[in-house]
Write a protein that binds this ligand. Structure first.
Ligand code: FES
Length: 215
């Protein structure tokens, strides 16, 4: 098993997206992909995931500014540890104006993630890493500006047809992708352990992934 994390970095048009795992995640890694679906050699643990079992992820080693990817139900789940400046950026009016659905009105997330940061805890984003256009895997381009232009606030960029999402995975206006990236059911079982595939108690506790508009 390979454990890797991905650091916020400047855009790199040649860099490919890797599936990564967090320590303790129940899944194999090593696949490289530009489109979905692509995994054709699941190990037994991944078979369990494909069947829908929740997966616990230790996020204690994920530093601010890093992203990890785990597999759940054969889908890449992005977990991003957002920094305070990144959270500030999410709330700036100039950047919210760039977004197609800044209030998350379309059902692309459970109720407990329908907020400005689209998550349970502001510092941790958890989303299905599949572009809502035609299913490519967006890459993290967290640094503002750079080759994506001076107005780029940081977020996810899909290289297939140029769709853009901010660091709350909210889709920009005027790009091919129609919806924000989906938020899967998840909860914190400890401060540093996420359980993907299980809702927390309270509003949204009955959330079912099948109710997502575009998965
Ligand atoms: S699949 Fe992402 S922009 Fe087309």
């Amino acid at each position: 098993m390979t454990n890797q994390t991905e650091k916020f970095e400047q855009p790199d048009a040649t860099r490919r997206d890797f599936l990564l795992t967090a320590a303790g995640a129940m899944t194999a890694v090593g696949a490289i992909a530009t489109a979905w679906p692509f995994i054709d050699n699941l190990n037994p643990a991944a078979d369990v995931l494909a069947a829908g079992a929740p997966v616990d992820v230790d996020i204690s080693k994920v530093q601010g500014g890093q992203k990890i990817t785990v597999l759940w139900r054969s889908r890449p789940i992005f977990i991003v540890h957002r920094t305070p400046p990144a959270l500030d950026m999410l709330q700036q009016a100039r950047d919210v104006d760039l977004l197609a659905d800044p209030e998350s009105t379309v059902l692309q997330q459970p109720e407990y993630a329908r907020n400005w940061h689209r998550s349970i805890k502001p510092e941790y984003l958890v989303v299905v890493g599949i572009c809502t256009h035609l299913g490519c895997i967006p890459r993290l381009e967290a640094t503002p500006g750079g080759s994506l232009g001076s107005s780029w606030p940081g977020g996810f960029f899909c290289p297939c047809h140029g769709s853009r999402y901010d660091l709350a995975a909210r889709v920009f206006k005027g790009v091919p992708a129609p919806y924000n990236l989906p938020v899967p059911p998840y909860r914190f079982v400890k401060d540093t352990v996420l359980r993907i595939g299980e809702n927390p108690p309270g509003p949204g506790a009955d959330f079912d992934l099948r109710s997502i508009v575009q998965l």
